[in-house]
Ligand binder design. Structure first.
Ligand code: UDP
Length: 244
């Protein structure tokens, strides 16, 4: 813990989990949730002048481990998962553009008919021109998650923070699961090291270690509360901040 006030951010990577785009059902896509998420992103871009890159999750369609459980080849299963993130990216792009926000989708797995390939310099140029860039297909590699993809892209585009939105009904990081443990307490701020040593369920450990090594602050928050993203980029007290 530190007494430092929370920083504000000018360039972010926003990482909504796949489930956060699915609305209450937790799977597939929900139009109203996509529209609401798009509106919050547009507010950051157009009213606050924040560069916004989005790394979308894919768990609303498929997670690699689902396949492994039934004996599917792990790499094959992860390829399916990455394709799920492309579907989410296209849906979010549609929601953003219907509300008048220019966007580009860049995919880590090349599919030139529907998305640009991921090219870092081009992504940064898009951000400088006021476009929202959506990164699809995770890192492009099996055995990783979109949390790690978000951390990697944040380092590459020199983002000030990685903002992870969940849809768990839990508004940050707790000492234990508040849905089952009545004495669980919420952290306003927690260090990377504490997250790792206490095995707090925030992001996968590869992503946490990567953010620590590269000095990228992480904010975890519950996306179902509107206005949270705006508050976070302005240094507000939403969710939990993870930093050194
Ligand atoms: N995935 C992958 N490599 C990556 C990112 C994702 O193989 O770089 C696969 C993996 O199978 C994962 C799935 O895509 O389970 C969906 O991503 P993730 O679980 O991170 O989505 P979220 O939980 O954020 O919705």
């Amino acid at each position: 813990m530190t007494d430092n006030p929370r920083p504000s951010f000018k360039r972010i990577v926003f990482k909504p989990s796949g489930e956060a785009l699915a609305g209450d059902s937790g799977s597939g896509l929900d139009g109203a949730t996509l529209d609401a998420t798009a509106a919050e992103i547009i507010n950051l871009r157009q009213n606050l002048g924040v560069d916004v890159a989005v790394v979308v999750g894919g768990g609303n369609f498929w997670r690699g481990r689902q396949g492994s459980l039934t004996g599917m080849d792990a790499t094959q299963s992860d390829h399916i998962g990455m394709l799920g993130t492309v579907m989410n990216a296209l849906a979010l792009q549609d929601a953003l553009e219907r509300q008048g926000q220019e966007t580009r989708v860049q995919s880590a797995i090349e599919m030139p008919r529907i998305a640009e390939a991921y090219i870092r310099r081009r992504a940064v140029r898009h951000l400088e021109k006021g476009r929202v860039v959506i990164f699809a297909a995770g890192t492009g590699n099996p055995f990783f998650t979109t949390d790690t993809a978000a951390a990697l892209r944040a380092a590459e585009i020199e983002a000030d923070a990685l903002i992870k939105g969940t849809h768990s009904g839990v508004d940050g990081i707790y000492s234990a699961d508040p849905r089952t443990e009545s004495n669980a307490t919420k952290y306003d701020e927690v260090s990377y090291m504490e997250v790792m040593t206490k095995d707090l369920r925030v992001m996968d450990s590869t992503a946490i270690a990567f953010c620590r090594e590269n000095g990228i602050p992480i904010i975890v928050f519950d996306m179902s509360k509107s206005g949270s993203l705006e508050s976070i980029v302005q240094g507000g007290p939403e969710g939990t901040l993870v930093r050194e």
